[in-house]
Design a protein around this ligand. Sequence first.
Ligand code: ADP
Ligand code: MG
Length: 445
Amino acid sequence: MRSAKEIWEAAKGALQVQVNKANYETWLKDTIGVSHQGNQFVVGTPRAFAKEWLEKRLRSLIKKTLVNVIGQDIEVQFQVCPSPNRVSEGQELPAKILDSLHPGFPPSKFNPRYTFDNFVVGSSNRLAFAAALGVAEEPGHKYNPLFLYGDSGLGKTHLTHAIGNHAAENGLKVTYASSEQFTNEFVNAIKEKKTEEFRHKFRSADLFLIEDIQFIGGKPQTQESLFHTFDELHNANHQLVITSDRPPEATPLSERKLCSRFEWGLVAQVQDPDLETRLAILYIKAERQRVQIDKEVFEFIAHRCQSNIRELEGSLNRLIAYAKMMRKDPSLELVQQILQALTSPNLPLYTLTPTSILDAVADHFGISPAFLQSRKRDSQLTLARQIAIYLVREKTNCRLQDIGKMLGGREHSTVLRSYHKVATRMLTDPLVQRNVTQILATLPQ
Ligand code: ADP
Ligand code: MG
């Protein structure tokens, strides 16, 4: 007779192909087969929160899988017990291993962390997730175009990058642009008489992903150019993915034909996440940072941030950063104190350090902080570096020379130039404004 351990390992193998990777890694990977007596099977998990999740969400799938493996009807129970495989709480992995788990190289235009595997699926985003996955797997065939819309911070960019990452891995040519980038490139192409190159760049892609289409309202020429790009790609069965903060019919474009084309394929909304999804997101993000946090703390944050996942993550990151700095546990008391301080700005709880800013910038752009110090100069990396300089100068009293030193020995004058560049673009360029605001939202204030 097979032991509970053997049976469970076989069941885990079967479960691994039935749930997405984020779910598997979070809820199932560390589980063990504890005992099998009569028709009772006990599964052990190292954490109380995971036990509840397994009971509520995965019980029937687990039961079905176990019945298949054992060949008889079975009742499943879950219990909390330590797992030998797990990195023990609070124990950090050596930096080298961590680097290999989150390789920052090569800095691609897609955030390596925005993958389908890292996306928590709930009722609020199920359709958008399934459609995005379908498009990534069979671009140009299933839903063309795919139009994703919803409020800010609900995962549109995450899903768009996930499509990009997936397609790029399969060797497809993917063009990605925010609406501002598309507009800027279009305007520059006209100015520099390079419209042929512009056309070729955007119309030769297997997949064309364009984000935040609401920002090209009021730009009729850009809309017209996008309209032709759309038609050419669509006629050739190339995939288009568009995101917006509102549905196609409400998108403020003067080129109405374009809006109606957006409805040709599939329109999917990402909605506010329900409590379970918010808890799962917090759980997964804390797990990834290898921080042990009590369920009541997750619940407190999840109740406080109901309609923006970026803020949800930001609150968690603030808590973790502050707890680390003060060498305290990320307790309920601490989280209450920190999140309260946000609403009373007179209480300075945290002084930002240049390193925490560089980390936040690297994190935002999905690169390793070492790249900020490197000599590499692709446009995304240059922007990340300039924003890092801007934020360190604005938020700390680090001197220009020292900022230069921290960023791989750059000259004082180079640092100052970068600072001014971002300071100016902060007044005029929504792309830079948005990046800076999003980074600031993740920093303890
Ligand atoms: P949007 O483009 O809709 O404004 P983003 O895609 O930038 O939102 O999402 C904001 C943050 O929330 C990102 O860090 C993203 O990874 C995270 N996020 C959003 N939805 C999910 C989800 N379902 N699972 C995991 N992380 C998510
Ligand atoms: Mg976005």
